[in-house]
Design a protein around this ligand. Structure first.
Ligand code: HEC
Ligand code: HEC
Length: 284
């Protein structure tokens, strides 16, 4: 047959093509799943713009920072500490579940999206001015109800207050499992919160909302409440979770001492035998 030799060539071609796209997609998919909630390519979001990051940092640094920025900050790496301070001490989630190869393919994807070194990379883009969304009083109220569990999420996710505290007079003290969210809006704004609430990059939170995603209206309402809480935070009496916790603990201890003190006088002061002995002495 005349064309038979073409098949292997075609096969190899298709295989190569598939492999290539599969590799490319890996980086995109991994980026979308693990990083996009906080990083955008081309502008700043919760974290810095990652365009041209391969020019700024060594691969070794990137592998170890992305795996665990917390460990690097703790170890006092000067670049890691500097960028952490610059971003108002917002934690980047540790990515212990990613292998070096996963991280390399994410970096390859970022590099693919970055301009060639020396070309346009130095032209500093001003951050895009994002107009803050205006929320209505009803949005804020409904956000408060969702946050506190007075209203349920459509898909049945847990209320935020079970893990997070927000210092606001309209709210009970929240959980201490996760970070205080009183001023989180100031750090993350609408886009950052939408990213995190749409696809939580934190394992504990991701598990809690797995198959119980918030819809876009709920995200907007919770964001509206967090924005309000941030705006009025300076007028709220300080009532942090730790405070209440300590007060509760301290109060309990005080009550315990009180109970002990009350019963102290009616306790047995000496052995019964001693009493009998004294009575017998008197009767002599
Ligand atoms: C929860 C939000 C969040 C997620 C998710 C996240 N990052 Fe970050 N990232 C940050 C913040 C905030 C910083 C700024 C430094 C800091 O606070 O530690 C940062 C910093 C970085 C830096 C250092 C940038 C520089 O200029 O030195 C790199 C690189 C980075 N992130 C890559 C990634 C990659 C890759 C992923 C996904 C695998 C990812 N990040 C996921 C929030 C996040
Ligand atoms: C099962 C517990 C849990 C629930 C429920 C939960 N979260 Fe979280 N959340 C976490 C954990 C854990 C983190 C990781 C950072 C930390 O330790 O605070 C986190 C981080 C965040 C962050 C990033 C904080 C920062 O400063 O980096 C935001 C914003 C947030 N959660 C908002 C919410 C909102 C809004 C809700 C309700 C829709 C919610 N969370 C429900 C556990 C939870």
């Amino acid at each position: 047959m005349k064309i038979s030799y073409k098949y292997p060539a075609l096969f190899i071609g298709i295989m190569a093509c598939c492999l290539f796209t599969a590799n490319g997609q890996d980086g995109v998919t991994l980026f979308k799943k693990n990083c996009a909630a906080c990083h955008k390519l081309g502008s700043r979001l919760v974290g810095p713009d990652l365009i041209g990051i391969d020019q700024k940092r060594s691969e070794e640094w990137l592998l170890s920072f992305i795996r665990s920025s917390n460990a690097m900050i703790e170890a006092g790496d000067p670049d890691a500490v500097a960028i952490y301070k610059e971003y108002n001490e917002t934690i980047m989630t540790d990515m212990l579940h990613l292998s070096d190869d996963d991280i390399r393919s994410i970096l390859a994807y970022i590099k693919e999206k970055s301009p060639a070194p020396g070309v346009a990379s130095q032209e500093k883009k001003e951050p895009v001015e994002v107009k803050p969304i205006e929320y209505s009083a009803e949005d804020i109220q409904q956000g408060l109800r969702l946050f506190s569990g007075q209203a349920g999420f459509v898909k049945g996710g847990p209320s935020c207050i079970s893990c997070h505290h927000v210092n606001n007079k309209d709210l009970l003290s929240g959980g201490l499992i996760a970070k205080d969210l009183t001023n989180v809006y100031g750090r993350m704004a609408d886009a950052g919160l939408a990213g995190i609430l749409g696809a939580p990059p934190f394992p504990a939170m991701a598990t809690a909302y797995n198959n119980h995603e918030l819809d876009s209206t709920e995200i907007a309402q919770v964001t509206a409440f967090l924005k309000h809480a941030d705006n009025v935070s300076h007028t709220q009496p300080v009532k942090t979770g730790t405070h209440i916790f300590l007060l509760g603990g301290g109060g309990g201890l005080f009550l315990l001492f009180l109970v002990i003190a009350i019963h102290w006088n009616s306790r047995l002061k000496a052995s019964t035998k001693h009493d009998i002995y004294k009575r017998q002495l008197k009767s002599i």
